[in-house]
Design a protein around this ligand. Structure first.
Ligand SMILES: Cc1cc2nc3c(=O)[nH]c(=O)nc-3n(C[C@H](O)[C@H](O)[C@H](O)COP(=O)(O)OP(=O)(O)OC[C@H]3O[C@@H](n4cnc5c(N)ncnc54)[C@H](O)[C@@H]3O)c2cc1C
Length: 440
């Protein structure tokens, strides 16, 4: 398939014109037209698949990965102008519904981003109204209507793909990207099915991003996670009152994170999504045993490791020193880096999609594919700017690992600290009630 649109065509200008006010604000950057730069960077199978005579474009933008980041990028583009549907391919190596290891918690900003796209969750999901934070005997709760909702990622991502397709987004499933070369006037991509050229590429291929690896973008920090699904009791507080738990007691065992327990609906059935998150924010420190900590969580529910099917997957978190863009290529979602404090990534992936779509529209309007504005778009984005604050939170909280006095001081004064933080940074606490109370 060919798409011969040029960068200075009327269609492209009209896409930029149709940016909504919010995106315009994101785009307060130098609008000077730049000449294109010579670009280097090749990864993958190398020269063998490269055909120098192939100069036409197959499509304007290739998005690698059809998770929340990739689909959000495409959805935000077609929201700006439906004609982007013709100009973008999402290449997804799996076929929907595909498995994605995840607690499935989507916070209010994530729901707001979906709603901004005209999407309301209509599939099964478990609302959480009460979030409990525990550190040994200290148990605190936050209430909100809701604080977040829990989706099953297999179902949620398939639903999001259906929504994207219904708006004209072209998703090529079962097509894995295996090689990428960045050139002067575009990007060459080789997949399990063929080789294509595009003007720009968005790497939204998750924590183990192949594009990132192929282009030698650096590894970045990675959290370790273990997750299990166990049968849930629909009559328990988890489901009737919408309770979710974060147990931070593992800090004492060297865990730079917490154990979670979320209510979840899987194919309509009540299940508990349990897991352990270890950010490894300080990678030089000894590793906690995730298995021991998960066994502890399971034992509280009269289960053992032998009763469950264990699964693990990393989360790649933000390293501000690593730019999220290079000429012709943007990183989005886990590939760019998300939250090292809580391991939250779905809302941020959706936010990256909004910023990436803005950067793409700007690049095509200006004919400048260096994406020099993307880092600033991410840093100033109404949601993504939280990532730096979360990094700071991780740096402070995980310092308390191996310093029990510091951990106790933090947890003893948690409601006070919470009040102070809410007063200073209200926008970082998207809850309907911003009060932390100690439970009896
Ligand atoms: C155990 C666990 C629990 C978590 N719990 C939560 C939670 O409760 N709440 C929350 O907000 N976040 C949670 N996260 C984080 C969240 O899952 C991620 O941040 C989020 O999925 C990021 O979305 P993404 O689109 O960037 O990447 P992904 O969702 O990973 O999507 C990437 C897509 O790219 C595709 N892909 C990969 N390689 C290629 C290739 N070579 N070619 C083509 N396609 C490719 C993959 O198949 C996938 O569909 C959790 C993560 C883990 C591991």
């Amino acid at each position: 398939m060919r798409n011969d649109l040029t960068d200075d065509g009327l269609r492209i200008t009209s896409v930029a014109d149709s940016l909504d006010v919010g995106l315009e604000l994101l785009l307060q950057t130098n609008a000077t037209l730049f000449s294109e730069q010579i670009i280097s960077g090749v990864g993958g199978k190398g020269k063998n698949w490269y055909n120098p005579r192939m100069s036409s474009l197959d499509v304007d933008v290739i998005i690698v990965g059809g998770g929340p980041a990739g689909l959000s990028t495409a959805l935000h583009l077609v929201q700006q102008d439906a004609r982007w549907g013709e100009r973008v391919w999402v290449l997804e190596k799996a076929t929907y519904p595909r498995e994605k290891l995840c607690g499935g918690g989507i916070t209010l900003p994530g729901l707001a981003l979906l709603s901004g796209l005209g999407l309301e969750l209509d599939g099964p999901h478990a609302p959480v109204h009460e979030v409990r934070f525990r550190y040994h005997d200290w148990v605190y709760k936050l209430e909100s209507e809701p604080a977040f909702v829990v989706v099953h990622r297999r179902e949620f991502d398939a639903w999001l793909a259906v929504q994207a397709r219904s708006r004209g987004v072209r998703i090529r499933e079962g097509e894995a990207v295996i090689a990428v070369a960045v050139e002067e006037d575009g990007v060459r991509v080789e997949t399990s099915r063929g080789a294509y050229r595009a003007r720009a590429l968005v790497a939204a291929d998750g924590s183990n991003s192949v594009v990132r690896r192929l282009l030698k973008w650096g590894k970045g920090g990675k959290a370790r996670l273990l997750e299990v699904l166990t049968p849930g009791d629909a009559a328990s507080d988890y489901f009737t009152h919408g309770v979710a738990e974060f147990d931070w007691s593992g800090l004492d065992a060297g865990l730079q994170g917490y154990a979670w327990a979320f209510p979840s609906l899987v194919d309509g059935r009540a299940m508990m999504n349990l897991g352990v998150f270890d950010s490894r924010f300080y990678p030089e420190r000894p590793r906690a045993s995730l298995l021991d900590l998960l066994a502890r969580t399971l034992a509280e529910r009269r289960l053992s490791l032998a009763d469950v099917q264990l699964k693990g997957y990393p989360i790649h978190w933000l390293q501000p020193a690593t730019p999220p863009a290079r000429p012709r290529v943007l990183l989005a979602g886990d590939a760019a880096g998300v939250d090292p404090l809580l391991g939250e990534g779905i809302a941020f992936a959706l936010g990256y999609g909004q910023a990436a779509a803005a950067a793409l529209a700007h690049a095509f309007a200006a004919g400048d594919f260096r994406f020099a504005d993307y880092e600033a778009l991410v840093a100033r984005h109404w949601l993504l700017r939280q990532l730096r604050v979360r990094r700071l939170g991780a740096a402070i909280l995980f310092r308390s690992v191996h310093h029990p006095w510091l951990a106790r001081a933090i947890w003893r004064s948690a409601p006070f600290l919470f009040r102070v933080l809410v007063a200073i940074l209200p926008q970082h606490f998207p809850l309907t009630k911003r009060r932390m109370t100690r439970m009896a």
